[in-house]
Design a protein around this ligand. Structure first.
Ligand SMILES: C[S@@+](CC[C@H](N)C(=O)[O-])C[C@H]1O[C@@H](n2cnc3c(N)ncnc32)[C@H](O)[C@@H]1O
Length: 282
């Protein structure tokens, strides 16, 4: 009975505004009023799980319980991603950036970051391009301190990244040469080669919290993440990303995103949604 009630529960305007405010405070994600039905359906499952019959009771729970606030953020994030999404970024990285990183790795540690990595397809696409399109091509990484950070606010997405296992449909987007070098196929899909997985560190991180990383990055992918934030949040995050880059480092953002304000002024455009911090990589 409770389940039936929760399934039917309607999210009124007032409760929507309160929940949207909590989501903004927690993850800086901005929800426009047109998202009310979507939020109602995504949170219906949370109500059922707690045996709650209406959204008023759910609002009270979220206000009191930090774990439920995190679960709500997870339920309301959009995690759509795929391997080699926005292919031109990977082509640019492979042709122009990889050779510089190979040289830099001969003298120092090299760091790459997929910020808002969802289930890991982005970071493993990047890892494949970094390694190369065959096993022998990837040998250069063997004695180098090269690591990729994959971070997301959603715990299930971080778990999926660490598991590095994908369905057959999902890995169909991996180009054939990379797939034969770096995927181990099984019945339902494929697992990423341990050679790459051990270089990827999957971590939970809300991009608006303090960042534990002290080192600067050579490359940051932060794609299709900022679209969910309001303008002040975007400007704040862009600037922090720029500050976290090495001189000469590269920032890739999503196809419908643009840098603005101070971050834009500090970066050189290298083509559509690709930016470089002035200087030379150390
Ligand atoms: C649409 S996915 C993009 C995935 C990948 N970057 C791509 O372009 O394919 C957006 C990701 O950003 C994450 N995200 C949203 N707000 C975040 C925040 N405040 N901190 C960290 N990650 C966040 C979501 O959990 C989601 O996995």
């Amino acid at each position: 009975m409770i389940n039936a009630l929760a399934g039917d529960a309607e999210l009124g305007e007032r409760d929507f505004r309160i929940l949207a405010g909590i989501l903004r405070d927690e993850a800086r994600i901005a929800l426009s009023p047109v998202k009310r039905t979507l939020v109602q359906s995504r949170l219906g499952r949370r109500l059922r799980q707690h045996g709650l019959g209406d959204f008023g009771a759910y609002v009270r729970l979220v206000q009191e319980d930090a774990d439920e606030r995190r679960a709500m953020v997870t339920a309301l994030t959009t995690n759509h991603t795929h391997f080699f999404r926005e292919r031109h970024h990977f082509d640019h990285f492979t042709a122009d950036v990889r050779p510089m990183l190979q040289q830099a790795a001969g003298r120092r540690s090299v760091r790459l970051w997929s910020a808002g990595s969802s289930s890991g397809e982005e970071v493993y696409s990047l890892a494949m391009c970094l390694a190369g399109s065959s096993r022998p091509a990837g040998e250069w990484l063997a004695n180098r301190d090269v690591r990729l950070l994959a971070s997301d606010v959603s715990a299930p997405m971080v778990t999926a990244t660490a598991a590095a296992r994908y369905s057959r449909e999902t890995v169909a987007a991996v180009p054939a040469d990379y797939a034969s070098a770096w995927l181990k196929r099984d019945e339902g899909g494929a697992t990423i080669s341990p050679f790459l997985v051990e270089r990827v560190h999957a971590r939970m991180l809300n991009l608006f919290d303090a960042w534990p990383m002290t080192r600067k990055f050579d490359v940051i992918f932060c794609r299709n993440v900022m679209i969910y934030f309001d303008d002040p949040a975007k400007r704040e995050l862009e600037l922090r990303l720029v500050q976290q880059l090495q001189p000469g480092g590269f920032l890739y953002i999503g196809h419908s995103e643009r840098l603005g304000g101070e971050a834009e002024a500090q970066m050189e455009s290298m083509g559509h949604t690709i930016y470089r911090k002035p200087g030379t990589l150390p």
